[in-house]
Design a protein around this ligand. Structure first.
Ligand SMILES: [Zn+2]
Length: 444
């Protein structure tokens, strides 16, 4: 293991220490390189951070996001810096055109603050409530990475690989890893005969034309006659037995108090069958807390306890329904719950890396200036976000997904979420999503 010293004279060093800890646990660096702040001895590699030292490698200290004074980052820019064939992006107030990452042997922007800005979710934590979306967090289009059209690449993972290359001339790039999950929001389309009638009537009211009406009637008859399974019952192929994933998780809902919740009963025999299948195929079971549970400790903990009881296992993983998240409350609720990994940091309207990294890490608690004890596995890829992006841009789901995969073959992790309810052949993207899903399973 090689040590890399960071010499600095920062007054408040908690945020730099957190960033160094993040780096030392990062899968691209782990076991190979370790950063250490102000060591007594002088290792081979040193960065003089915010200090001028002749004949040594220096890096400017921006002292914005590491300072405890709150800053409005809504006008900050991502300036491109290049090294060999790699480009990395800063988080700076002034806009600059493309320049070298290393100039005369010194780094040209503050890498540590840029990493901290993304992984701490600084801009979201300090965003005014009026700029938040329905899910409870900063509107996607106003987020730094989306504003700068950089959400499709893991800017933080790229900075790390480029920093090591520039410092040591060694490449730490590795093949991207993948994990897979399914949020079970609804288990069957046709639960009862009234639900079936509603489906047919809704196809007339909400959808276009008579062809859809006849298709819906056709689906209902095929289902009643037993010649077709429920269109949401795709579990035999959705729940994959492939072992190339670092994690496989199925998230169930057990409660709720809004129209977005309670679309099945956790005690339904269909759930028991699905649990059995998922267990056979080596999935872990997680809780999908209901709409309002992101702001209610008792609900969150109660719903998790119900799932633990029904499934007869410990529940350690969680992903918020609709990715609902209140920066004031949700992290605290998770800290008080038995959950040790959340996976809600994704976009609802597009594919991409909301935290700049695809790998799991600890989020930052600005109140205590310390890392939370649980980890966050960012959600980079969700098929419902892909559908939204396709409808917004006019590009097909396949085109968007392929471009995303092509851009992210190296040095990151992609956590995916696929819902069982979006492969229905009566939905506009149903069949294309099904073939896309099978293609991805074969490629991973
Ligand atoms: Zn959900």
């Amino acid at each position: 293991m090689e040590s890399i010293a960071i010499f600095h004279e920062l007054e408040n060093q908690e945020r730099l220490d957190y960033t160094i800890d993040f780096l030392n646990k990062h899968p691209l660096l782990k076991g190979k390189f370790a950063f250490v702040a102000n060591p007594d001895s002088m290792p081979d590699q040193c960065i003089w951070y915010g200090l001028d030292e002749d004949d040594s490698i220096c890096m400017p200290a921006q002292e914005v996001f590491f300072s405890t004074k709150k800053v409005d980052s809504s006008q900050y820019n991502a300036n491109p810096y290049t090294h060999k064939n790699k480009t990395v992006y800063s988080v700076e107030e002034l806009s600059k055109s493309s320049t070298d990452f290393l100039f005369n042997g010194d780094f040209c922007f503050d890498v540590f603050e840029a990493i901290f800005f993304h992984i701490s979710r600084y801009e979201e934590v300090f965003a005014e409530a009026k700029y938040n979306n329905k899910a409870g967090w900063l509107e996607e289009k106003d987020q730094f990475l989306v504003r700068n059209q950089l959400e499709k690449i893991p800017v933080v993972d790229h900075i790390i690989s480029t920093l090591i290359l520039a410092l040591t001339q060694q490449s730490i790039d590795t093949k991207a890893t993948h994990s897979i999950s399914h949020d079970i929001d609804i288990i069957a389309r046709f639960g009862s005969s009234t639900q079936m009638m509603r489906t047919v009537v809704a196809s007339v009211y909400h959808r276009k034309g008579l062809s859809n009406f006849f298709q819906s009637i056709g689906q209902v008859f095929k289902y009643i006659s037993g010649s077709q399974k429920d269109p949401y019952d795709v579990f035999d192929w959705l729940i994959t037995d492939k072992s190339n994933f670092t994690e496989k998780t199925i998230y169930f809902m057990t409660g709720g108090e809004t129209e977005h919740d309670n679309r099945y009963d956790i005690k339904d025999p269909k759930v028991a069958t699905l649990l059995q299948l998922a267990t056979q195929r080596k999935y872990e079971v997680g809780i999908h807390p209901s709409y309002n549970a992101s702001e209610d400790t008792d609900m969150h903990i109660g719903e998790t306890a119900t799932l633990a009881k029904v499934s007869n296992r410990k529940i350690k993983k969680s992903r918020q329904h609709f990715l609902r998240w209140s920066w004031d409350k949700t992290p605290e609720i998770i800290s008080q719950s038995p959950i040790d990994q959340d996976s809600s940091m994704g976009y609802n309207r597009r594919l991409g890396f909301r935290c700049g990294t695809g790998y799991a890490y600890h989020l930052y608690d600005f109140k205590t200036e310390k890392a939370y004890t649980w980890t966050e596995l960012p959600l980079a890829y969700m098929e419902s976000s892909l559908i939204h992006e396709s409808e917004k841009t006019g590009k097909s789901v396949e085109e968007i997904s392929n471009a995303f995969s092509d851009q992210n073959k190296q040095s990151t992790h992609i956590e995916m979420n696929w819902h069982n309810s979006n492969f229905d052949e009566s939905l506009p993207h149903g069949n294309m999503l099904k073939s896309l899903y099978h293609k991805i399973l074969n490629e991973v």
